[in-house]
Design a protein around this ligand. Structure first.
Ligand SMILES: *Cc1c(COP(=O)(O)O)cnc(C)c1O
Length: 644
């Protein structure tokens, strides 16, 4: 893999225009393979990951002149490229090392594909797209579009038009966010100094693309400016989403609502230009991990009733519907949930040192910390419940445990302040004798997939409370519902489709819709009016501001509270009352255990659509045009894997 340096051009002896890239640095990619086994079949897929290595690991010349640091410098610098996974989520990090990493992985993968293609005996790359398809999972690998063009044109001497045709047929692009601050763009000077040849190729792609647009929309310079791969407003940037959209034959969002909003917002101009490229592919989760492995108890009682085929054909969970009111089955269902809650309670006791009661309602909000996901809206509700108990110590309220978890991006100040708020509120509430064991709050540190496998099966209530229009899909919502949690949620991402599937009567809906929020902002959203007009909301905000949860420090949470009063970009105050009311309704339903259990069983029975098998099948049929391979089924059958 080459980096930096410069390019020069010449005309070769056959009269062809050629460009040579003379890099400043060359780095070697080492492949690491992991077989991904099919479930109870005789197939395995290959997961090939890459690590950066120095071409020369030790500079003897530097060493011999006494420059000991210089002797290993190059090796260290090379290996740094693949040392870290960038921990940012929904906000970009425009660092040089990140672009190097993105390019490194893309170039490794594409060079490997071409090597494999040739190894199969095909020397002529004109049918490359018939053997390989590349799905751009967000814009992080979008540089691949320019890299494949470079490999085909510069290194394999293919004419530009043919190379472009193959490139567009090879790539497809999945968008994962509508948040403008998450859309990747690279400053031109940084980009050009690291990838000088790719910048030239992108200019050429852009010029040809804009020439075509000009034919379709003569004189519409505004549209050209909006569509351009180069952002020329102020500082100049390469817009990676535009490169991905131009270089792909298919573009999709990850839930029905998200795919619609894509066409109306960030990719509107691309949709008007090439509507046929656009489709939706609603996300899914794998039932093998997210129920069979993580919830053996539930897996066992389901399989006892309907056999084990549902693990591979999740729609078959529908056969559970007739059992939703069966006395024995519902008792087993509740017993499994209770065991899972006990197991999580034990983990919480060991890891956090807080005792929680598995008989209480477990309300869980686990996901990356982000203002649009509104963990702090859940905190406002927790403090509201706390105030109700303080006002009326005899209040007959369902005992509840609120469990939070999630990582914040290192540089995201507000996200870290939200974690601080959750922990601070937990400290006060968990110690207050007035609450007695009716309200507990826990923040799980270091939330990750392994911990998720313990958490999702233990939830009664799944908190999916993002501002409508901001969560592209969500998959946590699917993992919870598949494990028998009921959802309290907004009409956002895949919540919309989950509610459609499980039935509106089995879903706790609250909050403004996308259209209602657009209307709110059109009329000038004034969050302070919501606060001043709602005594409990004002009291909760004032309590946070007063230092009640921060040992009297009135400064600590000021940035958070002031943002809500003055700006409230994610409309917490507008949705507050609807959320509190909906939560109260959920508590009421929970008191009728037969009703709650029936709703829980119906949720699981109707979650078949959200299998990743269905999602991947749709990509295979609609975008990749690939057929399933033949598999051999084993003769023996196994019930469930051993309990972890
Ligand atoms: C599923 C999962 C997510 C995604 O959760 P959302 O609620 O959809 O944001 C994030 N982190 C971990 C560890 C997960 O398992």
């Amino acid at each position: 893999m080459k980096f930096g340096g410069h390019t020069y051009s010449y005309t070769d002896d056959q009269g062809r225009y050629r460009v040579v890239w003379e890099p400043h640095q060359v780095i070697q990619g080492m492949a690491y393979d992991t077989p991904i086994l099919g479930y109870k079949v005789n197939t395995a897929n290959l997961l090939r990951l890459w690590r950066a290595e120095a071409v020369e690991s030790f500079d003897f010349q530097a060493f011999n002149t006494g420059d000991y640091y210089g002797a290993v410098n190059q090796k260290i610098a090379s290996e740094n490229i693949t040392k870290v996974l960038y921990p940012n989520d929904e906000q970009l990090q425009g660092k040089e090392l990140r672009l190097m990493q993105q390019y490194f992985f893309c170039s490794c993968a594409l060079q490997d594909m071409i090597r494999l293609y040739k190894q199969l005996g095909n020397n002529d790359l004109s049918r490359f797209h018939e053997k390989f398809t590349v799905q751009l999972n967000d814009t992080h690998p979008a540089i691949s579009v320019a890299e494949l063009m470079r490999l085909l044109v510069d290194e394999h001497l293919m004419p530009w038009d043919q190379a472009w045709d193959i490139t567009c047929k090879t790539f497809a692009y999945t968008n994962h966010t509508l948040l403008p601050e998450a859309l990747e763009k690279w400053p031109l000077d940084l980009f050009g100094s690291l990838l000088p040849r790719h910048l030239q190729i992108i200019y050429e792609i852009n010029q040809r693309f804009l020439d075509q647009v000009r034919l379709q929309y003569p004189g519409d310079n505004d549209r050209l400016r909006r569509l351009s791969i180069i952002d020329e407003s102020g500082c100049r940037y390469v817009r990676m989403a535009h490169l991905a959209a131009v270089g792909s034959h298919a573009i999709n969002g990850v839930a029905a609502l998200h795919s619609e909003l894509l066409k109306q917002t960030v990719l509107k101009d691309f949709y008007e230009l090439t509507p046929e490229k656009f489709s939706n592919k609603t996300n899914g989760v794998t039932p093998r991990r997210w129920i069979v492995l993580s919830n053996p108890g539930l897996t066992r009682i389901i399989t006892e009733r309907i056999g084990e085929d549902w693990v591979k054909h999740l729609e078959q969970l529908r056969q559970l519907e007739p059992w939703a009111e069966d006395a024995e089955f519902t008792a087993q269902w509740r017993a499994v949930k209770y065991k899972n809650k006990e197991r999580l309670a034990e983990y919480i006791s060991n890891r956090v040192g807080v005792t929680v009661n598995p008989h209480s309602l477990f309300s869980i909000l686990v996901k990356r910390i982000h203002e649009y996901k509104r963990q702090h809206l859940c905190v406002l509700n927790v403090i509201t419940l706390y105030q109700m108990l303080k006002d009326n110590p005899q209040l007959d309220m369902v005992p509840q445990t609120f469990i939070f978890g999630g990582k914040a991006a290192p540089g995201y100040y507000m996200a870290k302040l939200i974690i601080k708020l959750i922990n601070s509120v937990a400290d006060v509430i968990n110690r207050d004798p007035a609450v007695r064991d009716r309200l507990k709050v826990v923040f799980l540190p270091d939330y990750n997939v392994t911990l998720g496998q313990r958490v999702y099966p233990a939830a009664d209530l799944s908190q999916q409370i993002s501002t409508a229009g901001y969560e592209a899909s969500g998959t946590g919502n699917m993992k919870f519902a598949l494990n028998g949690a009921l959802t309290i949620g907004t009409l956002d991402g895949a919540n919309v489709e989950i509610r459609e599937e499980v039935g509106a009567e089995n879903f706790f809906l609250f909050g403004h819709t996308v259209e209602q929020l657009q209307e709110l902002w059109r009329n000038g959203y004034r969050p302070w009016e919501f606060a001043n007009g709602n005594p409990m909301l004002k009291r909760v905000l004032d309590l946070i501001g007063s230092g009640y949860f921060s040992h009297g420090d009135t400064e600590l949470f000021r940035p958070l509270v002031e943002h809500l009063w003055q700006n409230d970009r994610y409309c917490l105050l507008a949705d507050y009352q609807s959320y509190v009311d909906c939560h109260q309704h959920a508590l009421q339903v929970y008191q009728d255990q037969a009703q709650w259990t029936k709703m829980s069983i119906l949720n699981v029975a109707r979650m078949g659509k959200f299998s990743s098998d269905r999602a991947i099948r749709e990509y295979c049929q609609d975008i990749w045009h690939v057929e399933p391979v033949k598999v051999v089924l084993p003769e023996t059958s196994y019930m469930t894997p051993p309990v972890q």
